[in-house]
Design a protein around this ligand. Structure first.
Ligand code: PNS
Length: 166
Protein backbone atom coordinates (compact mmCIF):
# COMPACT_ATOMS: atom_id res chain seq x y z
CA UNK A 1 0.00 0.00 0.00
CA UNK A 2 1.47 3.36 -1.04
CA UNK A 3 0.85 5.89 1.71
CA UNK A 4 1.64 9.59 1.39
CA UNK A 5 1.56 12.34 3.98
CA UNK A 6 0.35 15.81 3.03
CA UNK A 7 1.67 17.92 5.93
CA UNK A 8 0.94 21.58 6.56
CA UNK A 9 -0.59 24.26 8.73
CA UNK A 10 -3.90 24.45 6.83
CA UNK A 11 -4.83 27.67 8.64
CA UNK A 12 -7.48 27.22 7.17
CA UNK A 13 -7.68 24.64 4.38
CA UNK A 14 -8.32 26.32 0.99
CA UNK A 15 -9.42 25.06 -2.42
CA UNK A 16 -5.75 25.17 -3.39
CA UNK A 17 -4.93 22.59 -0.71
CA UNK A 18 -7.97 20.58 -1.72
CA UNK A 19 -6.81 20.53 -5.34
CA UNK A 20 -3.39 19.16 -4.33
CA UNK A 21 -4.99 16.63 -1.97
CA UNK A 22 -7.43 15.43 -4.59
CA UNK A 23 -4.69 14.98 -7.19
CA UNK A 24 -2.52 13.14 -4.67
CA UNK A 25 -5.32 10.61 -4.11
CA UNK A 26 -4.97 9.62 -7.78
CA UNK A 27 -1.30 8.77 -7.20
CA UNK A 28 -1.42 6.99 -3.83
CA UNK A 29 -3.56 4.38 -2.09
CA UNK A 30 -3.93 6.51 1.03
CA UNK A 31 -3.15 10.17 1.70
CA UNK A 32 -2.95 11.39 5.28
CA UNK A 33 -3.51 15.10 5.53
CA UNK A 34 -1.57 15.98 8.66
CA UNK A 35 -1.96 19.25 10.54
CA UNK A 36 1.12 20.46 12.37
CA UNK A 37 0.19 21.11 15.99
CA UNK A 38 3.57 22.48 16.93
CA UNK A 39 3.18 25.43 19.32
CA UNK A 40 6.31 27.07 17.76
CA UNK A 41 4.17 27.98 14.77
CA UNK A 42 1.61 30.70 15.48
CA UNK A 43 -1.63 29.81 13.76
CA UNK A 44 -4.87 31.78 13.72
CA UNK A 45 -7.15 28.74 14.08
CA UNK A 46 -6.63 26.13 16.79
CA UNK A 47 -5.60 22.58 15.81
CA UNK A 48 -9.04 21.19 16.68
CA UNK A 49 -10.79 23.83 14.56
CA UNK A 50 -8.50 23.14 11.60
CA UNK A 51 -9.00 19.38 11.96
CA UNK A 52 -12.79 19.75 12.10
CA UNK A 53 -12.82 21.90 8.96
CA UNK A 54 -10.60 19.42 7.10
CA UNK A 55 -12.70 16.46 8.25
CA UNK A 56 -15.88 18.15 7.04
CA UNK A 57 -14.20 19.03 3.72
CA UNK A 58 -12.81 15.54 3.04
CA UNK A 59 -15.71 13.46 4.41
CA UNK A 60 -16.50 12.13 0.92
CA UNK A 61 -12.87 11.27 0.06
CA UNK A 62 -12.39 7.59 0.95
CA UNK A 63 -8.62 7.56 0.40
CA UNK A 64 -8.04 10.50 2.75
CA UNK A 65 -7.31 10.32 6.46
CA UNK A 66 -7.10 13.39 8.68
CA UNK A 67 -4.65 13.64 11.56
CA UNK A 68 -2.46 16.04 13.51
CA UNK A 69 1.16 15.66 14.50
CA UNK A 70 3.94 17.40 16.36
CA UNK A 71 7.67 16.99 16.10
CA UNK A 72 9.45 16.11 12.88
CA UNK A 73 7.37 15.36 9.80
CA UNK A 74 9.64 12.52 8.68
CA UNK A 75 9.38 10.84 12.09
CA UNK A 76 5.60 11.08 11.84
CA UNK A 77 5.74 9.66 8.28
CA UNK A 78 7.66 6.58 9.48
CA UNK A 79 5.10 6.03 12.26
CA UNK A 80 2.38 6.03 9.59
CA UNK A 81 4.33 3.64 7.30
CA UNK A 82 4.51 6.40 4.69
CA UNK A 83 7.54 7.04 2.50
CA UNK A 84 6.26 10.08 0.60
CA UNK A 85 5.62 13.68 1.61
CA UNK A 86 3.40 15.74 -0.68
CA UNK A 87 3.87 19.48 -1.00
CA UNK A 88 2.17 21.92 -3.33
CA UNK A 89 4.18 24.51 -5.25
CA UNK A 90 2.67 27.79 -6.38
CA UNK A 91 5.08 30.44 -7.55
CA UNK A 92 8.86 30.47 -7.86
CA UNK A 93 8.90 32.23 -4.49
CA UNK A 94 7.80 28.96 -2.82
CA UNK A 95 10.65 27.05 -4.35
CA UNK A 96 13.60 28.09 -2.20
CA UNK A 97 11.86 27.37 1.10
CA UNK A 98 10.39 24.10 -0.19
CA UNK A 99 13.76 22.95 -1.52
CA UNK A 100 15.34 23.70 1.86
CA UNK A 101 12.61 21.75 3.70
CA UNK A 102 12.85 18.80 1.30
CA UNK A 103 16.62 18.68 1.67
CA UNK A 104 16.41 19.00 5.47
CA UNK A 105 13.88 16.15 5.57
CA UNK A 106 16.07 14.06 3.27
CA UNK A 107 19.10 14.61 5.49
CA UNK A 108 17.12 13.47 8.55
CA UNK A 109 15.65 10.43 6.80
CA UNK A 110 16.91 9.56 3.27
CA UNK A 111 14.12 6.99 2.86
CA UNK A 112 11.42 9.63 2.75
CA UNK A 113 10.88 11.35 -0.60
CA UNK A 114 9.17 14.70 -1.08
CA UNK A 115 6.98 14.93 -4.15
CA UNK A 116 5.86 18.34 -5.38
CA UNK A 117 2.61 18.91 -7.21
CA UNK A 118 2.29 22.19 -9.11
CA UNK A 119 -0.83 24.05 -8.07
CA UNK A 120 -3.54 24.56 -10.65
CA UNK A 121 -3.45 27.95 -12.38
CA UNK A 122 -6.64 29.17 -10.73
CA UNK A 123 -5.10 28.81 -7.26
CA UNK A 124 -1.65 30.20 -8.07
CA UNK A 125 -2.11 33.30 -5.90
CA UNK A 126 -4.04 31.61 -3.10
CA UNK A 127 -2.80 31.20 0.46
CA UNK A 128 -4.44 30.67 3.84
CA UNK A 129 -3.16 34.04 5.09
CA UNK A 130 -4.66 35.84 2.08
CA UNK A 131 -7.97 34.06 2.64
CA UNK A 132 -8.00 35.19 6.29
CA UNK A 133 -7.14 38.76 5.37
CA UNK A 134 -9.73 39.06 2.59
CA UNK A 135 -12.41 37.51 4.72
CA UNK A 136 -11.85 39.49 7.90
CA UNK A 137 -11.77 42.71 5.84
CA UNK A 138 -15.22 41.87 4.51
CA UNK A 139 -14.33 40.26 1.16
CA UNK A 140 -15.96 37.23 -0.41
CA UNK A 141 -13.95 33.99 -0.14
CA UNK A 142 -16.68 31.59 -1.19
CA UNK A 143 -14.92 30.72 -4.48
CA UNK A 144 -11.59 29.86 -2.91
CA UNK A 145 -12.39 27.85 0.22
CA UNK A 146 -14.56 24.80 0.90
CA UNK A 147 -18.18 25.60 1.83
CA UNK A 148 -17.76 24.67 5.49
CA UNK A 149 -14.74 26.98 5.83
CA UNK A 150 -16.63 29.87 4.28
CA UNK A 151 -19.58 29.30 6.64
CA UNK A 152 -17.33 28.95 9.68
CA UNK A 153 -15.40 32.16 8.96
CA UNK A 154 -18.60 34.06 8.13
CA UNK A 155 -19.99 33.10 11.54
CA UNK A 156 -16.78 34.21 13.26
CA UNK A 157 -16.97 37.52 11.40
CA UNK A 158 -20.59 38.04 12.38
CA UNK A 159 -19.74 37.28 16.01
CA UNK A 160 -16.87 39.78 15.93
CA UNK A 161 -19.09 42.40 14.31
CA UNK A 162 -21.83 41.86 16.92
CA UNK A 163 -19.32 42.03 19.79
CA UNK A 164 -17.67 45.18 18.38
CA UNK A 165 -20.99 47.00 18.19
CA UNK A 166 -22.65 45.79 21.42
O1 PNS B 1 1.62 24.76 5.52
P1 PNS B 1 3.02 25.07 5.93
O2 PNS B 1 3.03 26.00 7.12
O3 PNS B 1 3.86 25.58 4.80
O4 PNS B 1 3.66 23.67 6.40
C1 PNS B 1 4.97 23.60 6.89
C2 PNS B 1 5.27 22.22 7.52
C3 PNS B 1 4.24 21.88 8.59
C4 PNS B 1 5.20 21.16 6.45
C5 PNS B 1 6.71 22.29 8.11
O5 PNS B 1 6.80 23.40 8.94
C6 PNS B 1 7.09 21.03 8.87
O6 PNS B 1 7.25 19.98 8.30
N1 PNS B 1 7.20 21.17 10.22
C7 PNS B 1 7.48 20.06 11.10
C8 PNS B 1 8.87 20.18 11.72
C9 PNS B 1 9.93 19.55 10.84
O7 PNS B 1 9.82 18.42 10.44
N2 PNS B 1 10.98 20.35 10.54
C10 PNS B 1 12.12 19.88 9.74
C11 PNS B 1 11.94 19.99 8.26
S1 PNS B 1 11.53 21.59 7.70
Amino acid sequence: MRIAIYPGSFDPITNGHLDILNRATHLFDKVIIAVLSNPIKNCFFGVEERLELIKATTAEMPKVEVDSFDGLTVVYAVKQNASILIRGLRALSDFEHELQMAQANKSINPNIETIFLMCSLEYAYLSSSLVREISFLGGDISDVVPKCVNEYISKLREKRFTNDYK
